[in-house]
Design a protein around this ligand. Structure first.
Ligand code: HEC
Ligand code: HEC
Length: 347
């Protein structure tokens, strides 16, 4: 009975999909909506489902119940979720983490979303990926994305093409100017102009074209970067070198700062537990101070994807200073093994 029911559903799904393809074909879009939603679904399953649940409902994801407050809202309630604009949902995912500490925290605007235990994905996914997850979140409450992702890709592509044209023209203009200057130089040869003067003349003659070329190069570079930020995930070639040479008291101070950042800014406790408190997406960190060395921790929290491409731990855009402080905090976590009353110090 069940198998039959499922097949019937599949068939119905197939008919719907064909219908949608025909419709979209007529409209002539590139990546059509259902494709975007299904890309969003697979990103959501990888990065969001543990906290938000398969259908966006409360207490559906395995991490929901263990998370500190505020726990994720129900993303499937249409009349609540409809009050958010697409751009607002996007900015929930594409933001910098803010220190929400009462004293000495960051300034946070009234309409700004700053819940530490909702991680940012700005440093893990491309902008296009994030729009796809927003499109999927929309589908959870039966709404379609209105933001024109395809149009934005096209727009950015056109900007790159225009900048490329301008760059080519600037290159040609400079070549022409160089030829002209050389011609002028050979005319001057008879008069035996001192070489120094000649060079000065050449430099001056080329200045405007050179400047224009520099500007065109910059514009092209910027347009390309903007396009890549949209379509490609961030990559991190440079791993900064942490400074762990600080001693005693300073180290303690930094560890305290790190603790604050761990809870109030980067919401690590949304996914990790210490002392049995916190999420269970990642391993408990009670013994991180024994098990992990500081350079490793630093590199891991700054570039999780560089060390394990498919990890579910997002890159939170942690600054060098913050990463140093958090590492020092983690190094203070040296709980005894749960089943062992006398511990051996192994580090
Ligand atoms: C570690 C758990 C966790 C993960 C992982 C997580 N979220 Fe959240 N999310 C939260 C919490 C906590 C909130 C804040 C409470 C609330 O407003 O729902 C939140 C809020 C939201 C909101 C509501 C925003 C608002 O303005 O209230 C959206 C939408 C959302 N998350 C989408 C996502 C998407 C999409 C992903 C994956 C790319 C994701 N979340 C990953 C915990 C998580
Ligand atoms: C969305 C959930 C999530 C958030 C937020 C998160 N982590 Fe993780 N973390 C994980 C997961 C999952 C792993 C396991 C890595 C793997 O194997 O893919 C992990 C692994 C780690 C490890 C290695 C642990 C070990 O025993 O091997 C450390 C250290 C760590 N995280 C620290 C942090 C710190 C510090 C923060 C906050 C700045 C943080 N994590 C935020 C999910 C998260």
């Amino acid at each position: 009975m069940r198998a039959v029911g499922r097949d019937a559903l599949k068939l119905l799904g197939g008919v719907l999909a064909v219908g949608a393809t025909v419709l979209m074909g007529v409209q002539g879009c590139g990546l059509f909506e259902s494709e975007r939603v299904s890309k969003g679904r697979s990103l959501y399953r990888h990065y969001c489902m543990h906290c938000h649940g398969e259908n966006g409902r409360q207490n559906e994801g395995f991490n929901w119940i263990t998370m500190p407050d505020p726990r994720p809202r129900d993303l499937s309630i249409r009349n609540e979720m409809e009050t958010f604009k697409d751009e607002e949902l996007y900015l929930t995912l594409y933001r910098d983490m803010k220190d929400t500490s009462e004293d000495g925290g960051d300034a946070i605007g009234e309409d700004e979303f700053a819940v530490p235990t909702m991680p940012t994905f700005k440093y893990t996914l491309s902008q296009e990926d994030i729009w796809a997850t927003v499109a999927f979140v929309r589908s959870l409450h039966g709404v379609s994305l209105t933001y024109d992702v395809e149009g934005q890709v096209q727009n950015l592509q056109e900007k790159v093409t225009a900048a490329q044209t301008k760059l080519d023209e600037a290159k040609k203009a400079l070549e022409l100017a160089e030829e002209k200057a050389e011609a002028a130089e050979s005319e001057n040869n008879d008069e035996e102009v001192a070489e120094e003067e000649e060079e000065e003349y050449l430099e001056e003659a080329m200045l405007p074209e050179e400047e224009a070329l520099e500007e065109a190069e910059m514009e092209f570079h910027e347009a390309k970067q903007e396009f890549e930020r949209f379509t490609k995930r961030p990559r991190y070639a440079q791993i900064s070198r942490p400074d762990f040479t600080v001693s005693g008291e300073r180290r303690q101070q930094l560890a305290q700062v790190g603790e604050r950042l761990y809870y109030n800014k980067y919401g690590c406790n949304g996914c990790h537990s210490v002392g049995g408190q916190g999420g269970i997406v990642g391993p408990p960190l009670d013994r991180a101070g024994f098990r992990l060395n500081d350079t490793w921790i630093y590199r891991w929290i700054k570039y999780p994807q560089a060390m394990k491409r498919k990890t579910r731990m997002p890159n939170l855009g942690i600054t060098d200073d913050d990463a140093q402080a958090i590492t020092m905090f983690l190094k203070t976590l040296r709980a005894p093994k749960p089943d062992q009353s006398i511990q051996k110090v192994s580090n």
